[in-house]
Structures are given as structure tokens and as C-alpha cells.
Design a protein around this ligand. Structure first.
Ligand SMILES: NC(=O)c1ccc[n+]([C@@H]2O[C@H](COP(=O)([O-])OP(=O)(O)OC[C@H]3O[C@@H](n4cnc5c(N)ncnc54)[C@H](O)[C@@H]3O)[C@@H](O)[C@H]2O)c1
Length: 455
């Protein structure tokens, strides 16, 4: 099928590459000229494991452009994957969605077009997109021949394992009130649903996976599924963090507690890692959007609100613990290991490291940081923060009064602690991710404080 993806970010690019890999003719459209120029040269503008390799493999099937007409006139399926960041009131900013919908209406010419919302959008946005497309279509096209339908196909990928999450998804959800539209999308995803494609060598199929669930629903349900899924995962994280604080007080070890809970198959062990809390572009904005949607209908969402409050508290606690240990933060040198909101991505949106650095700088500390992948992006995007970026993880320890482990990159396990801690002014490490074992640090005379573990 001829597929166009509007918005070539984390979701749009992964979707485009995956669909090209499944054999479709894909055009990726973006307003960002620099991004498109990079992609035309075969370079991914984001860091995502294996994306460069798959991009090279699908080159004959994928095209990148900033030209709206070229991208949309012949498209049979159009995915909208533009950003929907939070506004200060908690509502998502739908400016990009509106502009994408209007471009679609002004340019489509194929006889039957399925317009698919992959962006996470408030409930009811599908209908809104339909009316925007209709108005733009009528305004531009004198001899109206195209028929179009709008569907919702929420995305559940995780940055850092985006390609595997898409190729070997837990489920594909499609919401539409038009049966033909649902069928077109089922056909589009057929090789993925039936797992008939040959796996890339670098992304082998999980053992035992023979098919992927395909769930079709009405438009609103599909839109709500995405928000409800993210809110549920967010509250799972906040729940274990709430328990972790109690765990510290009563002398328990949260990693044991989490394992004991997670082995219950009704609960499951994922999203039960206690620590500094969630970050990233989705949980914060999607829980905020769910709460504001509830408000529109006169409904309080106290559970979702509590998940947000606990998450905010986790970030503050890290600074409180540090202040408690060092007494004075002014003039202290604090090292931060990891800037991205999680490992295996360069995404810095709502990264806990930002807020931590900001709070520490406000209190007069000097912050030095290192991230194996996200540092160049941080230098460009965090210009308001006076962070000194170090060339490697080891340098973060030099003369430091404390080092905070914020993002659990695997390479931070391989640090030569013996030599690093000998250079610290004060041998204090705060582990925000339950990443390190205590014993080796005890031997080195380091005080290791782990969120959720009694000290
Ligand atoms: N990032 C994730 O992990 C993730 C996971 C699931 C769902 N989502 C949702 O997917 C959507 C996209 O997220 P993302 O992280 O990929 O965003 P992103 O910011 O990485 O990418 C959005 C892209 O859209 C482009 N764009 C904006 N307006 C455009 C227009 N009118 N025409 C063409 N291009 C335009 C931007 O230039 C940008 O490249 C959001 O709604 C998000 O909530 C994200």
C-alpha cells in the first residue's frame, strides 16, 4: 500500500521504517527540513537501537520529504504522528494535529483514503480531525472524488526498544466507525499480525510468538485505551515508589518486595522498579490530559492524580536526601550519571536529570553530568541550565561531593569505581534506580544510598 506518515519523530519514523520493512511504499513527511535532510542521507535524527540498520535495509521502500503535495496526493493510508505536547493547563497542544489534518484535506486525491491518528490525542479528536479534513478538502477540491475515513491506531512502543515493540507488539488497536477502514488497516498490518515476515537478524522474533492480537473498536474506545494504558503503567511505577518509601522506613528492601509482588501473575513484574520515577514525553502529559478530560465531564481522577503527585515527590526526595547528607548544597560539586529519561534513548523530554540539576543549581551547587548518548542533545536543549558536561563517566567523580545515578545505562556498571571514588571529595553515591549492589561500595568506603532500600 502507499502509506504516508506525517511527523517523522520517535513514533513516525519507527512506524515508517516498520511499514517499509513489511513491504509497503512509505513516504515520511516532516516540517523539519534538517531532519528530512539527515534522513535522506540515511542518518537517523534520533538514537534508537537498530534504527540505522533497518533504515538502510528498507531504503528502496522509503522516501523522506518536506513537500506536502508530493507526500499526500497519492497516499492510500495516512498516519498522523505529530507531537501533542502538554500545554500549561494539562491539555495537549493540538496545533500540529490541526495543521496535519488541514494539509491532508487540501491534498488528498486517492479514491479511498484511511487517515489514521497515531498521535496520542484526547478522546473525540478523531471526529475533530474528520471535520478539519472535510473542510479543507471542500475548500480545495472542486471536483470531489476522494472518499476518506478517520481511524485511531494508538501506539504503545517504548523508546529504547521501539522497533521490537512495533514488530512484536502485544497488540494492534484500531478504532474506527467504518468497517472498510478497519479492514484496510488489518490488511496493512497483516504480516505483523500473522508474524509472517522474516525477522531482521538483529531483531529476532521472541520465542513462541506466532501472532499479534488485533483489537478493533469504536474511535473513542481506541483513543481512551491509549490514555488508560499509560495512566495504569504510571500508577504502577508510583505505587512501587510509594511502597519503597515505607520500605526504607521499616528496614525492608524494595527490590525483594517488588519481586515478591511481581511474581504474582495477576500483577506481573514489569513497571515495578522503584526509583526516581518516570520521565519522558508520554506519562506526564498523558496523565495530565486524562485528568483534564475527566474535569471536562465533571469527573475527578484521584488515582491518576496521586500517581502524578508521588512521581513529583520522588524527584524532590533525591535532593532532600542529598541535603540531609551534605547539610549545605551551596558550593558543592554534584555529579549526575545519565541525562536521558531512560537508557537506550537520547530523548530528554521530562527527564528527571533536568529537574534534579535545576533544583541543585538553584541551591547553589555546581552540577557536572555525563550521558553516553544524550549529551549533545542536552547541550543544545538545556541551554538554560548551567551544567558542565564531562567527556566520560569517570570524570564526573573528580572532586565531587556526591554522585547521583539517574539513568541506568548499562555502561555505568563498568565504571572503575576503585579509581573514581578515590578522586571524590566526599564518598557519597545516591542510586536513583536500585542499580548498584551495596557490598562492593562498602569495601571502597563509599556511602551508597539507594532509593527504597534501608540504609
Ligand atoms: N515517543 C514515544 O515514546 C511515544 C509513544 C507512543 C505514543 N506517542 C505519541 O506519538 C506522538 C508523536 O510523538 P513523538 O515522540 O514521535 O514526537 P516527536 O516530537 O519526536 O515527533 C513529532 C514530529 O512531527 C513533526 N511535525 C509537527 N507538525 C508537523 C506537520 N504539520 N507536518 C509534518 N510534520 C510535523 C515534528 O517536526 C516532529 O519531527 C505524540 O502524540 C506522542 O504522545 C509517543
Amino acid at each position: 500500500m502507499k502509506v504516508t506518515i506525517i511527523g517523522t519523530g520517535y513514533v513516525g519514523l519507527t512506524t515508517g521504517v516498520t511499514l517499509a520493512f513489511l513491504g509497503h511504499d512509505v513516504t515520511c513527511l516532516d516540517v523539519d527540513q534538517a531532519k528530512i535532510a539527515q534522513l535522506k542521507n540515511g542518518i537517523s535524527p534520533i538514537y534508537e537501537p537498530h534504527l540505522d540498520e533497518l533504515l538502510a535495509q528498507v531504503k528502496p521502500k522509503i522516501n523522506f520529504t518536506v513537500n506536502v503535495e508530493e507526500a499526500l496526493t497519492r497516499a492510500e493510508v495516512i498516519f498522523i504522528a505529530v507531537g501533542t505536547p502538554s500545554l500549561p493547563d494539562g491539555n495537549p497542544n493540538l496545533t500540529y494535529l490541526k495543521s496535519a489534518a488541514q494539509s491532508i484535506g487540501a491534498n488528498i486525491q486517492s479514491p479511498y483514503v484511511v487517515i489514521v491518528n497515531k498521535s496520542t490525542v484526547p478522546i473525540g479528536s478523531g471526529n475533530w480531525v474528520e471535520s478539519l479534513v472535510k473542510d479543507a478538502y471542500r475548500a480545495q477540491n472542486k471536483n470531489q472524488k476522494s472518499q476518506f475515513v478517520v481511524a485511531s491506531n494508538p501506539e504503545f512502543l517504548r523508546e529504547g526498544s521501539a522497533l521490537a515493540d512495533m514488530l512484536y507488539a502485544d497488540r494492534v488497536v484500531v478504532g474506527s466507525d467504518d468497517r472498510k477502514g478497519v479492514q484496510v488497516l488489518r490488511d496493512l498490518y497483516k504480516p505483523l499480525i500473522e508474524q509472517t515476515f522474516q525477522s531482521p537478524v538483529f531483531l529476532p522474533r521472541p520465542e513462541g510468538l506466532v501472532s499479534v492480537h488485533f483489537l478493533s473498536s469504536d474511535l473513542q474506545s481506541a483513543e481512551l485505551i491509549k490514555y488508560a494504558a499509560n495512566a495504569f503503567l504510571a500508577l504502577k511505577v508510583s505505587f512501587i515508589n510509594e511502597i519503597s518509601e515505607l520500605s526504607e522506613k521499616v528496614g525492608a528492601d524494595i527490590t525483594h518486595v517488588a519481586r515478591g509482588i511481581g511474581l504474582d501473575s495477576r500483577i506481573g513484574n514489569r513497571f515495578l522498579q522503584a526509583g526516581i520515577g518516570w520521565g519522558g514525553s508520554c506519562f506526564g502529559k498523558d496523565t495530565a490530559a486524562l485528568i483534564t478530560t475527566g474535569k471536562e465531564y465533571g469527573l475527578q481522577m484521584p488515582i491518576t492524580q496521586a500517581a502524578r503527585d508521588v512521581n513529583t515527590r520522588q524527584r524532590t526526595r533525591m535532593v532532600e536526601i542529598l541535603a540531609n547528607e551534605l547539610k549545605i548544597l551551596k558550593g558543592r560539586k554534584i555529579g549526575i550519571l545519565g541525562l536521558a529519561f531512560k537508557p537506550e534513548t537520547d530523548d530528554l523530554r521530562d527527564a528527571p536529570a533536568y529537574e534534579l540539576a535545576q533544583k541543585l543549581i538553584e541551591r547553589g551547587a555546581k552540577v557536572v553530568g555525563f550521558d553516553p548518548i544524550a549529551m549533545d542533545r542536552a547541550k543544545k536543549e538545556w541551554t538554560s541550565l548551567d551544567i558542565v558536561y564531562e567527556k566520560n563517566a569517570e570524570a564526573v567523580f573528580d572532586e565531587a561531593d556526591a554522585v547521583l545515578l539517574v539513568t541506568e545505562w548499562n555502561e555505568f556498571r563498568k565504571i572503575n569505581f576503585e579509581s573514581c571514588v578515590s578522586k571524590m571529595k566526599n564518598k557519597l553515591i545516591l542510586d536513583g534506580r536500585s542499580f548498584y549492589e551495596k557490598a562492593p561500595f562498602q569495601k571502597l568506603g563509599v556511602k551508597l544510598i539507594t532509593l527504597g532500600r534501608s540504609q
